[in-house]
Design a binder for this molecule. Structure first.
Ligand code: SF4
Ligand code: FES
Length: 256
């Protein structure tokens, strides 16, 4: 067992912000989410935070650990604790804080939806597991109820909508209407799934707008922080290239 000091950002509506320090007894193999869970379970049940899957699938647990955006469910305690100083845990930046580590993500999800983020993507030929695979293995019943618009062979997008890139992005701090790295990556994905001219025009129009790709400072901090290797910065650069080429083509009547 380890005895670990942890410093957690606290805020409740109507109260001043502060940091509380706890000393947590925890197994050496623990992840940071276990530290947060232990503070809540053994020290302060008023601590507010979010988590669900415990394996980097739901994106709900995202926080800053020692200043860097992370999913605490996949960060080992021993990778962020130097054996002396408290581990500092804070909510994501660029989101309104609701309570302690919990931030308001409604606006982010609306932005993702407006940017054409879908919860599923085209079936991928190499994907070995489908709902039917699980049904055959007896894990799921043979008849699985799925929403009408969800094919049996779809899978989730790579982006888990954790908001980490929004927190890491320096542009978000200066333009809170910026579509943001995840939203622009979603536009890129959607654009590359369609050749329909009306749809392409709509998507590129969003990317080219006042709060679109040209606001990006090319810091690549989103790509560095993203736990899912979505690489939003490269998608933003690719959208810029397409927009620039289209402009050149229009100006000079070129076939590029
Ligand atoms: S792009 Fe990456 S960091 Fe941004 S919301 Fe999606 S998974 Fe999270
Ligand atoms: S708890 Fe789901 S990503 Fe961390």
């Amino acid at each position: 067992m380890l005895t670990v000091p942890v410093e957690i950002f606290r805020f409740k509506p109507g109260q001043a912000q502060r940091y509380d320090t706890f000393t947590v007894e925890i197994a050496e193999t623990a992840h940071v989410i276990d530290v947060i869970d232990t503070v809540w379970a053994k020290h302060d049940p008023t601590l507010t935070f979010r988590r669900a899957c415990h394996h980097s699938s739901c994106g709900s647990c995202a926080v800053r650990i020692n200043g860097a955006e992370k999913l605490p469910c996949i960060v080992r305690l021993t990778d962020v604790w130097n054996g002396r100083n408290p581990i500092r845990i804070e909510p994501l930046r660029n989101f309104p804080v609701v309570s302690d580590l919990l931030v308001e993500v409604g606006d982010f999800f609306e932005r993702m939806s407006a940017a054409s983020m879908t919860i599923t993507c085209e079936a991928e030929g190499f994907l070995p597991l489908t709902v039917d695979t699980f049904a055959v293995a007896g894990v799921l019943p043979k008849t699985v109820e799925l929403p009408d618009n969800l094919s049996r062979f779809n899978r989730f997008e790579q982006c888990i909508e954790c908001g980490i890139c929004m927190s890491a992005c320096p542009t978000m701090a200066t333009d809170n209407k910026f579509i943001g790295p995840a939203g622009l990556a979603a536009i890129y994905q959607a654009r590359h799934k369609t050749d329909d001219p009306t749809r392409v025009k709509h998507l590129l129009g969003l990317a080219d707008g006042e709060h679109g790709v040209w606001r990006c400072h090319s810091a690549f901090e989103c790509t560095e922080a993203c736990p899912q290797a979505v690489d939003p910065a490269s998608k933003i650069m690719a959208l810029r290239r397409e927009l620039a080429l289209r402009r050149l083509r229009k100006m000079f009547g070129l076939r590029i």
